[in-house]
Design a protein around this ligand. Structure first.
Ligand SMILES: Cc1nc2c(=O)[nH]c(=O)nc-2n(C[C@H](O)[C@H](O)[C@H](O)CO)c1C
Length: 154
């Protein structure tokens, strides 16, 4: 049975973990899902590593970055940590992050968070179920998460 990990934060202003849970369960009915909630993005890498050590085949992380420079540095640190965990474990960790300055109003931010979570949860399931060529038919299509697709340039 495939096992997925969801790492989310209490810093986030949208419960993206619950959205990811529903989508993963819908896309891979027989799977097991483990959720691990941490305070903030810098706590994500170790949580993801622990879930992989517990047997997860792939992870989705759901972070929220504030507007200040310090928040952005925190994201950079977290992102590097997540990449290091991927390299050390050879497992995909799909890093879903919403940056609070992506939109001025809360409704738009919510829309971005939901769309990004749904699309990347589906990407994760495809990669875990089908492996390296799961997304090849979409290569070069200008797909976007959180926004409308940019589309392919002919
Ligand atoms: C400055 C800062 N910014 C963010 C952020 O934008 N998003 C987030 O999720 N967490 C932030 N944190 C908290 C750290 O990631 C971490 O939770 C604490 O340093 C405790 O380890 C901090 C400290």
């Amino acid at each position: 049975m495939r096992k997925y990990g969801i790492v989310d934060t209490t810093f986030s202003r949208i419960d993206m973990g619950s959205i990811a849970y529903k989508i993963i369960k819908n896309e891979d009915e027989d799977c097991e899902i483990v959720r691990y909630t941490v305070p903030g993005i810098k706590d994500i890498p170790v949580a993801a590593k622990k879930l992989i050590e517990e047997g997860c085949d792939g992870i989705i992380t759901l972070g929220w970055v504030g507007k200040t420079a310090l928040d952005k540095y925190s994201y950079l640190a977290s992102s590097i940590g997540i990449i290091i965990v991927q390299i050390l474990t050879s497992k995909h960790i799909i890093d879903v992050t919403v940056h609070e300055d992506e939109a001025d109003d809360e409704e738009k931010l919510k829309e971005i968070a939901i769309d990004r979570t749904i699309k990347h949860a589906k990407n994760l399931v495809k990669l875990v179920k089908e492996g390296k060529n799961a997304l090849t038919k979409y290569a070069g299509k200008g797909l976007r998460q959180g926004y409308r697709d940019a589309g392919e340039i002919d």
